[in-house]
Design a protein around this ligand. Structure first.
Ligand SMILES: *Cc1c(COP(=O)(O)O)cnc(C)c1O
Length: 460
């Protein structure tokens, strides 16, 4: 019998990890060098074959050892990665994670606290409680007992928001959303057995207020949850939150704000006003693996009063027996619908402390500036058409006069070449290329390269 592989924890863990980390870091570097750009060229067939050849046999009869396995597979995945740290990788709300947050995530993995019971995570659970409350207080500065649940992202946050509303009002709850609302709201209603949401038009990319007014007048009397969006996925627009909150108050409806994208602006004195009215929502989604530069996952659902989270209370004798809770052991099971749960709060707390309010504001301001720079460049390029000036960090543009099919082809051809990763969005009845700029290191020269690539590809 050989000795089992070393563990990551305890006093010996760091020494076992250090040489393996050297292997991982070298493989990350050589993978990135081999790729040489934002995306691996060749398309799904070529890339699938390359991975298949590398990983076969997936389960060898005799192990190849830690170094070989780490080197081979980390390098393969890095070589074939869509790398959001490259300024030309700008399709989605796919953030380039900060090195300091990734380093913190390593500690989270090594310690492996699980946030379903206090005896698995005594310090991590206390850190989560403090940090979640501090973040919720950013959304709800005047609230007496703001609190937040840590989620896997906006999807889980929207689900929990709808679940909490359903528990307050029963299964006859009507969810009102816009045509621009994230698809996860509709799926959450489906999952929770709620009626199909009532959809309000959003012809200019944000909720049409007259239509919302008419809808709420029609639904008056029954329980209603209106979802507004602070940073739409397609265009980065922000709903008129004060006006929507006003309508909700007038008709006795509740408001939920999905700020998965725009929430970070709370830290920016320059842009904070864009989120005015957010504190009138009964719940708010934040997603720090978007404009928060965290590795996945780093979501939150903030509420103005921790009592609003009471419906999630749940007992399982092995995790939070009543007598343990009465004796003072914190009860964590009501903090999530998950059971075993990673301490995603550690990287978030490290980031908040390392950068402070000012550091986060500067990162947000930089990405918004990059979006304005890109919009300027598009406007100066006769062969391209700009959809609109950006609000957050999303810029929609297209080759002037092109058919939708050409726009789609340009995107796929840049992907196939591995030269740029752009998204797509439909707006005003036409298809656009979408650049979602989340990289605070993006410089004007990078944007010029991006524009030149699109011009070159659309001329082909
Ligand atoms: C990304 C996004 C979501 C979903 O968040 P995940 O972290 O992907 O689950 C929800 N709402 C909006 C507005 C988003 O942009």
């Amino acid at each position: 019998m050989s000795t089992p592989p070393p563990l990551a924890g305890g006093t010996a863990g760091p020494d076992a990890l250090r040489p393996l980390l050297d292997v991982v870091l070298d493989a990350l570097r050589s993978g990135a060098v081999a790729r040489g750009g934002p995306f691996p060229p060749g398309g799904p067939e070529t890339l699938g074959t390359a991975v298949r050849e590398t990983v076969t046999p997936v389960i060898p009869a005799e192990g190849r050892g830690a170094e070989e396995a780490l080197r081979t597979l980390v390098e393969a995945v890095a070589h074939g990665a869509a790398d959001p740290a490259d300024p030309r990788c700008a399709a989605h709300l796919h953030a380039p994670p900060l090195a300091l947050a990734v380093a913190a995530d390593l500690a989270a993995s090594a310690l492996n606290p699980s946030l379903d019971s206090w005896d698995q995570a005594p310090a991590a659970s206390a850190l989560e409680a403090e940090t979640a409350r501090a973040l919720a207080a950013e959304v709800y500065p005047d609230a007496a007992r703001p609190d937040a649940l840590v989620t896997t992202g906006g999807t889980e946050g929207n689900q929990l928001a709808l679940l909490l509303a359903r528990e307050r009002h029963g299964a006859a709850l009507t969810v009102v959303c816009g045509t621009h609302t994230h698809h996860s709201v509709r799926r959450a209603a489906w999952l929770l057995g709620l009626p199909e949401p009532v959809t309000v038009p959003a012809p200019a990319g944000t909720t049409d207020l007259a239509a919302l007014d008419a809808t709420l007048a029609r639904l008056r009397g029954g329980p209603v949850l209106v979802t507004a969006t602070a940073g739409t996925t397609d265009t980065g627009r922000i709903d008129p939150l004060p006006a929507i909150a006003g309508l909700c108050e007038r008709y006795g409806a509740e408001l939920h704000v999905d700020a998965a994208y725009g929430g970070t602006l709370l830290f920016s004195p320059r842009h904070r006003d864009l989120l005015r009215g957010i504190d009138r929502a009964r719940s708010t989604v934040l997603d720090l693996h978007k404009m928060g530069w965290q590795p996945v996952a780093a979501g939150l659902l903030a509420v103005p009063d921790s009592a609003l989270l009471a419906p999630l209370a749940h007992t399982a004798d092995y995790l939070n027996a009543d007598d343990d809770t009465e004796a003072g052991l914190p009860d964590l099971l009501g903090r999530s619908l998950r059971t075993t749960r990673r301490p995603d709060i550690l990287k978030i707390a490290v980031t908040l402390r390392a950068l402070g309010r000012g550091g986060l504001a500067e990162l947000a301001d930089r990405t918004l500036t990059a979006a304005h720079d890109l919009a300027d460049l598009v406007e100066k390029t006769p062969a391209l058409e700009l959809h609109a000036r950006p609000v957050l960090s999303t810029v929609l543009f297209r080759p002037r006069g092109a058919a939708d099919a050409t726009v789609a082809r340009v995107r796929r051809s840049l992907l196939h070449d591995g030269s740029a990763v752009l998204g797509r969005a439909r707006a005003d009845g036409r298809l656009w290329l979408k650049a979602t700029l989340l990289n605070p290191h993006t410089a004007p020269g990078d944007l010029e390269t991006l524009i030149a690539l699109v011009e070159g590809s659309s001329a082909r």
